[in-house]
Write a protein that binds this ligand. Structure first.
Ligand code: ADP
Ligand code: 5GP
Length: 218
């Protein structure tokens, strides 16, 4: 078995949720736990929150720069969310997938729909639900990074975002964080074992059959 290198094309692993349900928190836990998954860093025209780092959390760019990237075909998908533009730079994603890495996307339902249209086979979609509407509001306040106006706008938009939950393959109700993390890891782990993703197995099984025939068939 050691003669075989099982490099399979990676999974595009999407997390979406209403703002504040916990997808950034869960993304960080998954990235920490699984060294084969890498975060797709989006570009956005929104202002950086306190503590956010350019090039790590997002690429913070102007509307003009964003439009130029769309026109140059550099965005894999993009959408307007709460009055700001957000988009996924294409090249880093394809480089990571070609190298057998999984790619984690923290994007909304509009971006997920676009990825579904262009990369269905590679896509795994997970929707994170808050346990209650109150918990969602509390989490947005406890994050303490947005103004009251921004929090209220996000709570107003939450019901519309929830409309898309049924477009996803997996749903996690993010009540206990540790349990949600375990569920997320289990989803990725199971998806990686799917036969269609294990392209390297074709040669492995064929050679094993050859060995069996040589040794045991008359
Ligand atoms: P999102 O990325 O979906 O907007 P965040 O990951 O930023 O949400 O989470 C919003 C807030 O809720 C953060 O302060 C985070 O620490 C907290 N949080 C996330 N998951 C849980 C959970 N299961 N229980 C309690 N608080 C949580
Ligand atoms: P936030 O401003 O809270 O970081 O993100 C707001 C929303 O934009 C979240 O639902 C987040 O998932 C979404 N988002 C972030 N990056 C992208 C992206 O590249 N594309 C799309 N379509 N949505 C994104």
């Amino acid at each position: 078995m050691s003669d075989y290198t099982f490099i399979n094309r990676g999974v595009m692993f999407v997390l979406s949720s209403p703002s504040g349900a916990g997808k950034s928190t869960l993304s960080k836990l998954l990235l920490h736990a699984d060294k084969n998954i890498t975060l797709s860093i989006s570009a956005t025209t929104r202002e950086a929150r306190p503590g956010e780092i350019d090039g790590k959390d997002y690429f913070f760019i102007s509307i003009e720069e964003f439009r130029k990237k769309i026109d140059n075909g550099e965005m894999l998908e993009w959408a307007e969310v709460f009055g700001n533009l957000y988009g996924t730079p294409k090249t880093p994603v394809y480089n990571a997938l070609d190298a057998g890495k999984d790619v984690l996307f923290d994007i909304d339902w509009q971006g997920t729909q676009q990825l579904h249209a262009t990369a269905k086979a590679e896509l795994v979609r997970v929707f994170i639900l808050p346990p209650t509407a109150n918990a969602l509001e509390q989490r947005l306040h406890s994050r303490a990074q947005d103004s009251i106006e921004v929090i209220n706008a996000r709570m107003k938009g939450a019901s519309r975002e929830l409309e898309h939950w049924a477009e996803y393959d997996y749903i996690i109700i993010n009540d206990d964080l540790k349990t949600s993390e375990e569920k997320l890891k289990a989803i990725l782990y199971a998806e990686k074992q799917k036969r269609i993703r294990q392209t390297g197995l074709v040669e492995f099984v064929r050679d094993m059959q050859g060995e069996l025939r040589t040794k045991f068939e008359e």
